[in-house]
Design a protein around this ligand. Structure first.
Ligand code: UDP
Ligand code: MG
Length: 205
């Protein structure tokens, strides 16, 4: 009979990365700030929403179903999202990666942990009043099908209800850093970039 010591470790071939989750309501500024960090510190960043939208645009068989979920402001099955993130991360040579817009609920978090095999190092929470986020989404005109009044309302609601337990979990283990994002882009970035420098002891490239 094989003993535990003979069994190869499950995550043997997985090279662990330093993963930073950037979370916050829709319109809280995640994508804008991730772009800047990525540019200045050379950290690859993956927008979960963009990965899902590309998958749908590729014409995959489950595309219609995924698009319906997005239009309802709901969260797509975690296995799909985590699979997309794993694939994207596999191509990153950097030890540190930024993930924008994930996790969105407890299922996302637990499936990440079991499928990827390790947890994030830090959760950056973008804190922004609801009315400011909604106003930004109304104005942003990126042509996204889910930027309509009805879907926006559901996205905000789901963020509030489904992220609360995720944030409780990460706060309890001291992984959450909150940044107030009801400010101009440059103000937010000045705080975020100095936080990044301190935390990861890196200078802009
Ligand atoms: N989404 C999801 N799981 C994720 C990330 C996004 O199901 O991990 C879906 C969800 O329906 C969300 C939509 O994709 O409302 C758009 O996500 P994105 O992060 O682009 O929106 P944002 O919060 O930046 O407005
Ligand atoms: Mg975004």
């Amino acid at each position: 009979m094989a003993t535990a010591s003979e069994a190869p470790p499950k995550t043997e071939s997985v090279k662990q990365k330093r993963v930073v989750f950037v979370v916050g309501g829709p319109g809280s500024g995640k994508g804008t700030q991730c772009d800047l960090i990525s540019r200045d510190f050379g950290v690859p960043f993956f927008s979960t929403g963009d990965l899902i939208r590309s998958l749908i645009a590729s014409g995959c068989p489950e595309g219609k179903q995924l698009q319906d979920i997005i239009l309802q402001g709901q969260i797509i099955p975690s296995e799909v999202t985590v699979g997309l993130l794993q694939k994207a991360m596999a191509s990153a040579t950097s030890d540190t990666v930024l993930i924008d817009g994930f996790p969105r609920n407890t299922e996302n978090r637990t499936v990440w942990q079991s499928q990827v095999g390790y947890d994030c190092e830090l959760v950056l929470l973008f804190d922004c009043p609801e009315e400011v986020m909604v106003e930004r989404l109304r104005r942003r005109a990126e042509g996204r099908a889910d930027d309509n009044e009805e879907t926006i309302k559901k996205r905000v609601q789901n963020f509030k209800s489904q992220m609360a337990p995720v944030l409780d979990y990460y706060r309890a283990i001291g992984k959450v850093t909150t940044i107030s994002t009801d400010r101009p882009v440059d103000d937010i970035y000045s705080e975020l970039s100095s936080l990044w420098r301190q935390r990861f002891a890196a200078s802009p490239v």
